[in-house]
Design a protein around this ligand. Structure first.
Ligand SMILES: C[S@@+](CC[C@H](N)C(=O)[O-])C[C@H]1O[C@@H](n2cnc3c(N)ncnc32)[C@H](O)[C@@H]1O
Length: 490
């Protein structure tokens, strides 16, 4: 690719990968993907506040269960037509007979259509590593066999760790599966690097673990050591997971250790090669790629992930250069984004976080009239809430009145109504009739209900609200300042 730019994309990887200007055929050397597992668990992204504590409000950033829906049905139907091969569709149909239209089936269909696109963008000499858990790996392997060809299956890597629950009724689950396929018969494999970094093998439950060097084997209390030069780099890797004390921990729930990604990138790419992670989370792959002198592309559907990666890259690599795409930069692009069902969700997340708010999805799923929150502290350090609601389409004075009721019901201080369309006179007068919010012990008042448009945002205007960056220490300092006797002007 000429004029290559390291790039972070915000959006659904299927839409982004299908853009052939961004992702031409055979343009990427190495792909690593760690899609959310089909584990029926909703991940919550929890950020620490400035005192290092977790705030009570958790932001549901993405739901890792891909449910059977109209979208999955549509994807399945797409797969039944060219350019997709009949074998793939028929394999999925066979799965459907075995599984029914359940969550696992939805997961497999959504993965199949994306893996097909990933094969298109992979160079003939490229490699792909799919990170999955043992509840789905056997199905995914069949899907990969159909797409990449059985002959191009290279390795099933077992990533082994000690983290997780301990039970006494079965073997404790302590590994993930990483399926490694190549696109063709020739591929990069830097054996010398792999050899250097090899073997972290342990014997199981009770004994010591040797990280470098020998394999220790326990049998009837006897220990056998195999000299390290006899141990080949193999498909079982011991790498500790990121624990609460790890320095590299960013608070992103599914963050993978950078060592894992460094091993894959060092083995399966060369300096200057292009590495792609279409489910890039908090950016472990792109950070490892940057560290090892590779070019990189990352995609994520969660704005918090994109913001976190931006921060991680700038903090860890002060000279790094990259672009961010998929984020609105004009009224027209915001309108375009909000015009589709999924785009509406992306628009909401982006608008809330860009104003410093936290997106929120109530766990019950019912529309609570709350799309996000902003919090601020008054001069006494007491925390107050601003409720955010976003409207990508039409709205009227009833919607404004409804937000005012939610603010009262939730005991919040203010309501921020973020919109694409400019308000009518009636909506403006409804907002004004809610009155003003008086911040404790400060002269200043703010509109209790405020309509803020995307047009205002791109004009550089910001909502009229208290300073949400006020920290406890700053508040205390301000109190001390205000209590100082006034300077006498002599
Ligand atoms: C398991 S996490 C990846 C963690 C990553 N390996 C790391 O070390 O931080 C999966 C990521 O996929 C993202 N995701 C889920 N569906 C997506 C989609 N359709 N397009 C792009 N990203 C998606 C989620 O937002 C989440 O950040």
């Amino acid at each position: 690719m000429t004029n290559f730019q390291n790039t972070l994309y915000y959006g659904d990887n299927l839409d982004i990968l299908r853009d052939r200007d961004w992702f031409p055929n055979e343009s990427v050397d190495l792909i690593y993907l760690d899609p959310p597992f089909n584990s029926k668990r909703a991940y919550n992204i929890i950020f620490k506040d400035e005192e290092g504590k977790y705030p009570p409000s958790q932001i549901e950033a993405f739901d890792d269960t891909w449910k059977w829906s109209d979208e999955t049905e549509e994807a399945m139907w797409e797969l039944a037509k060219p350019p997709y091969p009949a074998e793939l569709y028929r394999t999925l149909e066979a799965f459907r007979v075995a599984l029914g239209n359940n969550d696992m089936m939805a997961y497999l269909v959504m993965m199949a259509i994306r893996l097909w696109e990933l094969k298109r963008v992979l160079k003939k000499t490229g490699s792909i590593y799919l990170h999955c858990d043992p509840t789905a790996s056997h199905y995914l392997k069949i899907v990969l066999d159909q797409i990449f060809g059985v002959r191009n299956f290279q390795t099933e890597v077992i990533w082994w760790y000690l983290w997780g629950g301990r039970g006494k009724t079965k073997w404790n689950r302590k590994h993930d599966v990483i399926l490694f396929y190549t696109k063709g018969e020739k591929w990069t494999f830097n054996y010398a690097n792999v050899l250097e970094d090899h073997h972290l093998v342990a014997d199981g439950s009770k004994s010591r673990i040797k990280y470098k060097g020998a394999l220790v084997h326990h049998r009837k209390g006897k220990e056998t050591e195999i000299p390290s030069d006899k141990v080949l780099p193999s498909d079982i890797w011991y790498i500790p997971t990121i624990n609460a004390m790890s320095k590299e921990r960013l608070g992103y729930p599914t963050q993978k250790p950078i060592v894992l990604l460094e091993r894959i990138i060092q083995a399966s790419s060369n300096e200057g090669d292009i590495v792609l992670d279409p489910f890039c989370g908090c950016g472990t792959t792109v950070a490892a790629a940057e560290k090892l002198g590779r070019k990189w592309l990352g995609i994520d559907i969660t704005i918090l992930a994109v913001n976190l990666i931006e921060k991680r890259m700038n903090e860890h690599f002060p000279d790094v250069k990259f672009e961010i795409r998929g984020i609105p930069n004009s009224v027209a692009s915001a309108e375009k984004m909000a015009s589709t069902r999924q785009g509406k969700f992306l628009f909401e997340q982006w608008f809330i976080t860009t104003l410093g708010g936290q997106p929120f999805k109530s766990s019950g799923g019912a529309d609570s009239g709350i799309d996000g929150y902003l919090h601020f502290r008054d001069i006494n350090g007491k925390s107050h809430t601003i409720i955010i609601q976003v409207k990508g389409g039409g709205y009227n004075r009833e919607n404004i009145a409804a937000l005012n009721s939610v603010v009262d019901k939730e005991n919040a201080s203010m309501g921020l109504f973020l919109v694409l369309n400019n308000p009518t006179k009636q909506s403006l007068s409804e907002a004004a009739s809610a009155g003003r919010y008086q911040m404790p012990e400060v002269e200043r008042t703010y509109p209790k209900i405020q309509i803020f448009t995307i047009e205002d945002y791109f004009k550089g205007i910001r909502p009229d609200k208290p300073d949400t960056s006020m920290t406890l220490n700053k508040a205390k300092r301000e109190i001390r300042e205000s209590e100082k006797p006034p300077k006498l002007d002599l």
